[in-house]
Design a protein around this ligand. Structure first.
Ligand code: ZN
Length: 321
């Protein structure tokens, strides 16, 4: 017993163990301090934990980190801006107001291979699934960001250039993504700065103008919970309407029963719409819906490999409220 204890202590106080533990601790602290001093934290008040574990937030934070150096040039940032859109709201992940103009970012935390054209309504993600590959659809993020930009244009001076940048995570490969509009870029996160300088390098906004735009838009980031909740409700309603027609001929692939649109009432997926077999609990087959507005792609609840990474913004937002 004593021998074991001595062995354990010697492992614990072994210089290598101490160096490793110390190094981990220091790098964690450095990371934490950088986070707490960031504009992202100041603006969103999101905890360090949620910035690391919430996929939507993590993507936004990483995008901000890549753009941080523009702050030295006088750029200002806005996160999670809820702009009026018809009678509802639309949410912009990241806006950068820089001397070169306004940049509107839409983050997509997908993996696999991405295919899509600027003019196509539906884009595709291909994931390896055993020997076969597995294809998923998602709503064209350029069109999604166009909606954002149009809402933004209604609020700022028409002469200010606004650029659209779709940021995909490093985990995916942009296989065949084509754009013709010169004010739009679709890139992996690492290429974000190259994308900006290829769009424009000419300063058009003075520090005063930047501050003015920032002050005008900032209140839209400070919306209360009821606005966020209504935003989610509207999205859910939209999915419901879209699917009510399809539902009639929608049958279970496992038992032939009717698939019914339901909303998860508990667990990780609370608030999310999904299709469940009418023969539940005898048949547990479920399918998800595609969300046009947020671009969340359809995925299979039974497919554990893709499940976690598909739980994007909408789910995270529901959890936060
Ligand atoms: Zn069934």
């Amino acid at each position: 017993m004593l021998k074991l204890l001595v062995m354990l202590l010697s492992i614990l106080f072994n210089p290598i163990t101490l160096i490793v533990v110390g190094w981990l601790l220091i790098s964690f602290l450095v990371d934490l301090i950088i986070y707490l001093q960031s504009t992202y934290y100041r603006e969103t008040k999101a905890s360090y934990f949620s910035s690391q574990n919430d996929l939507g937030r993590y993507g936004e934070y990483l995008t901000y980190r890549k753009l941080k150096s523009y702050e030295k040039q006088g750029a200002k940032f806005l996160f999670n801006t809820y702009l009026p859109h018809k009678n509802e709201t639309t949410e912009i992940d990241v806006i950068m107001i820089a001397p070169q103009g306004i940049f509107v970012f839409e983050s997509k935390n997908y993996s696999g291979w991405i295919f899509g054209h600027e003019k196509d309504k539906i884009w595709y993600q291909t994931l390896p699934a055993g020997r076969k590959s597995h294809k998923e659809k998602f709503y064209n993020p350029i069109m999604q960001n166009d909606t954002h930009i149009n809402c933004l244009k209604a609020l700022v001076d028409k002469n200010i250039p606004i650029y659209s940048i779709i940021v995909f995570s490093e985990r995916c490969t942009l296989k065949k993504v084509t754009t013709t509009n010169k004010e739009i870029k679709v890139v992996n996160r690492k290429d974000i700065k190259t994308a900006i300088s290829s769009l424009t390098e000419t300063p058009v906004l003075s520090p005063e103008e930047i501050t003015e735009i920032y002050n005008k838009l900032h209140p839209y980031t400070q919306v209360d919970k009821s606005v966020k909740l209504r935003h989610i409700e509207n999205i859910n309603k939209l999915i419901e309407n879209e699917n009510s027609v399809a539902e009639k001929q929608h049958l279970c692939s496992k038992c032939g029963g009717k698939m019914i649109l339901r909303t998860a009432k508990k667990g990780k997926y609370t608030g999310m719409s999904f299709y469940g077999c009418e023969n539940y609990p005898k048949c547990t087959n479920t399918e998800t819906t595609t969300d046009k507005l947020t671009g969340i792609i359809k995925y299979d609840y039974n497919d554990k490999a893709t499940r976690n990474e598909q739980l994007e913004k909408l789910q995270n937002k529901t959890n936060e409220i």
